[in-house]
Design a protein around this ligand. Structure first.
Ligand code: WT7
Length: 653
C-alpha cells in the first residue's frame, strides 16, 4: 500500500472560495454547533440519549457500548424491530396517509405508497416469506430492479428478523451465485426484469443460471414487472409469483422483536482480493446511525420531499433510501430509470413535478450533467430544492461549483458526505446551517465521530499534512464484521494501525482542519461511485483461456472519477486484436457485471514487477495517465515500461 503524491490533489485544493451558512437557513436548521461539543464530552452518553429518544424499544438496553476491540456491541440488552420502527409506529402516530415513496417507473408509470400501504404490503410479504419457510436468522438474497417490492422485501425480512442480502441488479449471475453461497441464502427474491432506457431487461434468467450452483436455495419469489415483455421460465415448486403468493396473505403480521445486535443485512463489497466481502450490519445501532444522520445532514423537515438518486443495491440506497428516511417518516422519491432517458432533463423534470426539496447523488452524475450543459436544468423550476448532497467519490471543486450554481441556484447548501459500505452511516460531512463549506472538502467528522489523518506509523499528521484516514473510536452503525470471517475483519480494518479503523482512503487536513478525501490508497477502484477491486477484474480476465496474466489500474476519468485500464499478457499463440479485446470485456461482464468492463485494454508483452515479483501498479497508472514515470529503481527489469509505453495495442471502448 503506497501513499502517492497525486498531481490532482493540488488542483483539488486550489479553489479558495468558502461558503458560510446563510443566516436564514441557520436559524431554522436541525443541526446546531453545540452537538459537536456534547458528543465529545461523553460520546457514549450522546448516542445513548439519541437511541432512547429516537427508537421505539420493546426492551430498553442496559449497556450502551461493549467495545472488545475490534468487536463492538451497541445498546446491549435492548430489543426492537426495524420494520416497526420504520413503518408501524408512524401509522400509530397518525402518519398512515403520509407518502413513504413516490415511485416513478422508467416507462413513465407511477405509484404512490403511503406508510399505511407499506404496513399492509410488508406484512403480507412477511407472511409469504413465512409460508416459504423463512424465519428469524435465515438469509434471503434479493436481486431486483428499483421497484417498490424491493424495499418491501427488505422490510419484510426485517419484520421477521431474517437477514437480507441485496445484490445489485447489474451484477452477473456468477457474482449473484457467489453471494448466495457465501451468505447461505434459503430464498431468492427477484423480478422477471426491469426497464432500462425504454427497453425491458430480464433479471430472472440470471437467477436461474446462478441457482445451478447454489444448493442452499429452496424457493424463488418473483415479482412480475415486465409481464408480457419478458419471456421467463418458472420452475415448478421452486419458483413462486409474488402476486400469487403475497396477495392472498393476511395483512396482519406482528413484528418480531430482535436483539440490538441481530444481523439486519449483509452487503457484499469489493476489497483488495478477488473475493467480495459480506459486510455485516446489525439492528439498533445501524438504524440509529442511518436515521439520525439523515435528519441532521439533510436538514430533513416533516413536509420535505427527499430524493436519493442511488440504487438500493448499494449501501447508499440501504441507508438513505430505505432505513434512514423511513425511520424518519420521510417522503421519498424512488426512480427506476437513468438520468439520460428519455432526455437529459429527466431528473430536473422529476424535481419540478414533485417539488423535491433535497437531492442526494454522486459526483459522476453531476459531471455528466455538466457535460450536457446547463440548458437542461435551466429549463425547469428547481426552486423547491433546499439541500444538495454528494456521495460516493471525491467531488472536484468545478463540479461542486456547477452543482451549487446550476442546480442549487447559488443558494442551497451542499453536503459532501464521506462514508463507506462498512461505516453504514455518513461519517464526514458538513452540517447545513452550521458548517462553512469549501468546494471539494467533506469538511469535518460528524458529531461523536473521531476521524484523523495519520502517517505510515499511525501518528497524527499536523495540520496541512496528508496521510491515511482512520477512525479512532467505534460508532453505532459500524460494520460488525465480515460474514463468516472474523480474522479477515480484524486484519483488513484494524490490522494496519493498531487500535484504529483504517478506511483505505488517503486524506489531507488543511490549515483550518478541513478534511479533503483523496481517494483509495489500496487496490480498490471507484468507477462512477461503484467500488471495484483491481484484483477482482484481473482474475476475471485471467479466467479467460486467452489470457496468461493481467494487471488492472484505475485511470483518472473526467466523468466517472476513475475508469478501468487493463494490461493483458496473452498466452502463447494468441494475437491481440480489437475483436479479442471485445471478447475479454464481455468475459469480465459475464463474471462480475457490465460495470466492471475495462474501458481501456492494452495487450502487452510483459508487466513491470519488483524483484520479488509484485506488479508495480503505480507505474502502470503513470502509463495509463500519460505521466512521466515515478521511481523505477525497484523494478526487476527497467526496460519493461518503455516497451509498454511504446505499445500500440491499446483499445478503448
Ligand atoms: C469509498 C466507499 C458511501 C456510500 C457509497 C460508496 C469513496 C465515498 C466519498 C466522498 C470522497 C468518497 C471512498 C470510500 N467515497 N464517499 N464524499 N468523498 N470519497 O460506498 O462503495 O463502500 O465506497 O467511496 O473512497 O472508501 P462504497
Amino acid at each position: 500500500m503506497e501513499l502517492e503524491q497525486r498531481p490532482e490533489i493540488e488542483a483539488l485544493m486550489a479553489e479558495r472560495r468558502t461558503f458560510p451558512p446563510d443566516p436564514a437557513f441557520a436559524a431554522q436548521a436541525n443541526a446546531q454547533a453545540g452537538l459537536y461539543e456534547e458528543a465529545e464530552r461523553d460520546f457514549e452518553g450522546f448516542w445513548a440519549r439519541l437511541a432512547r429518544e429516537r427508537l421505539a424499544w420493546d426492551q430498553d438496553f442496559h449497556t450502551t457500548l461493549e467495545w472488545n476491540l475490534p468487536f463492538a456491541k451497541w445498546f446491549v440488552g435492548g430489543k426492537l424491530n426495524i420494520a416497526y420502527n420504520c413503518i408501524d409506529r408512524h401509522v400509530e402516530n397518525g402518519l398512515g396517509d403520509k407518502v413513504a415513496y413516490h415511485w416513478i417507473g422508467e416507462p413513465g408509470d407511477t405509484r404512490t405508497i403511503t406508510y399505511r400501504d407499506l404496513q399492509r404490503e410488508v406484512s403480507k410479504a412477511a407472511n409469504a416469506l413465512k409460508e416459504l419457510g423463512i424465519g428469524t436468522g435465515d438469509r434471503v438474497a434479493i436481486y431486483m430492479p428499483m421497484i417498490p417490492e424491493l424495499p418491501i422485501a427488505m422490510l419484510a425480512c426485517a419484520r421477521l428478523g431474517a437477514t437480507h442480502t441485496v445484490v445489485f441488479g447489474g451484477f452477473s449471475s456468477e457474482a449473484l451465485a457467489g453471494r448466495i453461497t457465501d451468505a447461505g441464502a434459503k430464498l431468492v427474491i427477484t423480478a422477471d426484469g426491469g426497464w432500462r432506457r425504454g427497453k425491458p431487461a430480464e433479471l430472472k434468467p440470471a437467477v436461474d443460471h446462478a441457482l445451478r450452483e447454489t444448493p442452499t436455495v429452496d424457493n424463488v419469489l418473483v415479482v412480475r414487472r415486465l409481464g408480457e415483455h419478458a419471456n421467463i421460465e418458472m420452475v415448478p415448486k421452486r419458483d413462486h409469483w409474488w402476486h400469487e403468493i403475497v396477495d392472498r396473505q393476511s395483512e396482519d403480521c406482528p413484528p418480531v422483536p430482535v436483539d440490538s445486535e441481530h444481523p439486519l443485512y449483509l452487503l457484499y463489497t469489493s476489497g483488495t482480493t478477488a473475493k467480495p466481502k459480506g459486510i455485516l450490519h446489525t439492528t439498533a445501532g445501524y438504524l440509529l446511525g442511518a436515521g439520525y444522520t439523515h435528519e441532521m445532514v439533510f436538514d430533513l423537515k416533516p413536509d420535505d420531499v427527499y430524493w436519493c438518486a442511488a440504487d438500493i443495491g448499494w449501501v447508499t440506497g440501504h441507508s438513505y433510501i430505505v432505513y434512514g428516511p423511513l425511520a424518519n417518516a420521510a417522503t421519498g422519491i424512488m426512480y427506476e430509470g437513468t438520468p439520460d432517458s428519455p432526455t437529459w432533463d429527466r431528473w430536473w423534470q422529476i424535481i419540478e413535478d414533485y417539488k423535491v426539496n433535497i437531492l442526494y447523488c454522486a459526483p459522476t452524475a453531476i459531471r455528466a450533467f455538466m457535460k450536457q450543459g446547463e440548458q437542461y436544468p435551466a429549463a425547469h423550476d428547481l426552486t423547491s430544492l433546499r439541500v444538495l448532497g454528494s456521495v460516493g467519490e471525491p467531488i472536484n471543486p468545478e463540479a461542486w461549483l456547477w452543482y451549487h450554481e446550476h442546480i442549487g441556484n447559488s443558494r442551497t447548501p451542499i453536503v459532501d458526505t464521506w462514508w463507506q459500505t462498512e461505516t453504514g452511516m455518513i461519517l464526514i460531512t458538513p452540517l447545513p446551517g452550521v458548517t462553512t463549506t469549501k468546494p471539494g472538502s467533506a469538511t469535518f467528522a460528524f458529531p461523536g465521530i473521531a476521524a484523523d489523518v495519520v502517517d505510515a506509523n499511525g501518528e497524527a499528521v499536523p495540520l496541512g499534512g496528508g496521510g491515511y484516514l482512520v477512525l479512532k473510536r467505534p460508532w453505532p452503525a459500524m460494520l460488525r464484521g465480515i460474514w463468516g470471517d472474523p480474522d479477515r475483519y480484524r486484519a483488513t480494518y484494524w490490522g494496519r494501525f493498531p487500535g484504529m479503523y483504517f478506511a483505505g482512503d488517503g486524506a489531507k487536513r488543511d490549515a483550518d482542519g478541513y478534511l479533503w478525501l483523496l481517494g483509495r490508497v489500496d487496490d480498490v477502484m471507484n468507477v462512477s461511485g461503484h467500488r471495484l477491486s483491481t484484483i477482482e477484474v484481473e482474475s476475471a480476465l485471467v479466467d479467460n483461456r486467452a489470457v496468461a496474466e493481467a494487471a488492472v489500474v484505475g485511470k483518472n476519468d473526467p466523468i466517472t472519477g476513475q475508469s478501468i485500464f487493463a494490461f493483458v499478457i496473452l498466452r502463447g499463440g494468441q494475437v491481440g486484436s480489437e475483436d479479442l479485446a471485445r471478447v475479454l470485456r464481455d468475459h469480465v461482464a459475464r463474471v462480475i457485471g457490465p460495470i466492471a468492463k475495462p474501458k481501456y485494454l492494452m495487450f502487452v508483452p510483459d508487466l513491470p514487477k519488483t524483484r520479488s515479483g509484485k506488479i508495480m501498479r503505480r507505474l502502470l497508472r503513470d502509463v495509463a495517465e500519460g505521466r512521466p514515470l515515478g521511481d523505477v529503481t525497484t523494478l526487476a527489469d527497467a526496460g519493461v515500461v518503455d516497451v509498454i509505453r511504446s505499445n500500440t495495442g491499446k483499445t478503448e471502448e
